[in-house]
Design a protein around this ligand. Structure first.
Ligand code: AMP
Ligand code: GLY
Length: 422
């Protein structure tokens, strides 16, 4: 099979690394990719938001399967675009249709979906600009912290958690005034859930599903989970506090009703579902859906899949996932993100990365990197993910930390406390 992966982060490198191990693969392209993805495949410089360019490439190279890494093309409707074009009829595509992508693209849609299908989540109400005063009255009726969520995609910045009523009201006004652009034309206000977070990943063909290993990521830039939110600074799988009974509740109360909802809503969903959860005293609540794999969660979940991922994705696209039993590696995998100084705010790019050849027993998934005349240079905020196996997360982390210390680039930063709370 000839495969094209869309995206350029650690997640896409992990997918490319895994797909490249499949005997079914004949040629792998990644658009636009990074320095790491050019090892298992060939990078192609296409603007992935331009579906006509993606189409032209798929036709020219006779691509059999398109795997969509990030959410933006999905929310913009790339699956519908492919399905509605006769020339593209034979090409398999991994990801939900545009309506399914609203589970990530619209917080209001996701909350309404959960309410309709009885999926445990924080109580909420949504508001638009015209109902600002009503929203203020609503805020007065709930106990802080106040959780405000811009409805649309806001690059991970659209959730605010505030303790003060007046500040919450001011922020709400600013969101309606365009702080997050059109993503903030509606705002969901919801109850604060107190607990510990983790994520569960599901791969579905729209009717059957398999549950992939769960993971926990570390979103804040600073140690002890302090400072600004990032895309994720590290991750661990499995999650020690997600026992069998908790995961059984996740499947019964969340995964099964989610699948039921997808069918009832006639959503065409052939791809990954990322379920962000809060464990509230042993009971799971959904914080958010994402319609793709997580990053850096992919860098710990994918290395734990022993089965042939390309074969599984092929069954997904054919609606025959029920034929597959997933084989999972029992070992732990952890990842550490090495990031550019300044991230998640302003940072510089173009620094030379050294020491990669000294790494032993870890898999380096590239995120923001590029190649230039034989050197690997930094090219983003999150630069490299150092993933390692171990008999438990502590042993795996030791290997990740040992190898992280061999790598360097100017202003490199990483958290020293991944797994500290486990
Ligand atoms: P999201 O962008 O939906 O992932 O939200 C960002 C972060 O806000 C989550 O990872 C949680 O840490 C936090 N969060 C979101 N919703 C809630 C909630 N209802 N209660 C507590 N924390 C929340
Ligand atoms: N690491 C969180 C995400 O991928 O959304």
């Amino acid at each position: 099979m000839k495969v094209l992966i869309l995206g350029s982060g650690g997640r896409e490198h992990a997918i490319a690394w895994k797909v490249a191990q499949s005997p079914l693969l004949t040629k792998l392209y990644i658009a636009p990719g990074n320095a790491g993805t050019s090892e298992p495949g060939e990078n192609v410089q296409i603007d992935i938001s331009d579906f006509y360019k993606v189409k032209a490439f798929c036709l020219e190279m006779a691509i059999d399967m398109l795997i969509v890494g990030p959410e933006n093309p999905l929310v913009a409707g790339i699956v519908d675009f492919f399905h509605n074009d006769r020339q593209l009829a034979g090409i398999k595509i991994i990801g939900p249709d545009k309506k399914g992508a609203l589970l990530e693209g619209s917080k209001e849609f996701a909350k309404d979906f959960m309410q309709k299908y009885n999926i445990p989540t924080a109580a909420y109400k949504s508001f638009n600009k015209d109902s600002l005063e009503e929203a203020r009255e609503f805020l007065k009726t709930i106990t802080p912290p106040y959780v405000l969520k811009a409805d649309g995609l806001a690059a991970g910045k659209g959730v605010l958690i505030l303790n003060d009523l007046e500040i919450a009201y001011q922020e709400l006004k600013e969101i309606f005034d365009g702080k997050f652009g059109s993503a903030g034309s509606k705002v969901v206000i919801e109850d604060f859930l107190k607990g510990i977070e983790l994520s569960v990943f599901v791969l579905t063909d729209g009717s059957s599903y398999v549950i992939l290993p769960e993971a926990k990521d570390y979103k804040r830039i600073g140690e002890g989970d302090t400072g600004l939110n990032t895309g994720g600074m590290g991750a661990v799988s499995p999650v020690p506090f997600a026992g069998k009974e908790f995961l059984r509740k996740v499947e019964e109360r969340i995964v099964k009703p989610t699948m039921n909802g997808l069918k009832k809503e006639e959503i065409d969903y052939k791809g990954f579902i990322f379920i962000g959860l809060m464990n509230v005293e042993g009971d799971p609540y959904v914080i958010e859906y994402n319609v793709r794999m997580g990053d850096p969660e992919a860098e710990v979940v994918i290395p734990r899949i022993k089965s042939d991922l390309l074969q599984i994705l092929n069954l997904v696209s054919e609606g025959e996932l029920n034929r597959e039993q997933l084989e999972i590696d029992e070992r732990s995998v952890t990842t550490l993100m090495l990031v550019s100084g300044g991230y998640p705010e302003a940072y510089q790019k173009g620094f030379k990365i050294t020491g990669l050849e000294k790494v032993e027993d870890s898999i380096i998934y590239h995120a923001g990197t590029r190649k230039e005349s034989g050197s690997v240079l930094t090219n983003g905020g999150r630069v490299l993910a150092v993933s390692s196996y171990g008999s438990d997360f502590k042993e795996a982390l030791k290997v990740s930390y040992k190898n992280a210390s061999k790598i360097s680039f100017k202003e490199m930063y990483f958290r020293k406390d991944i797994g500290f709370d486990l």
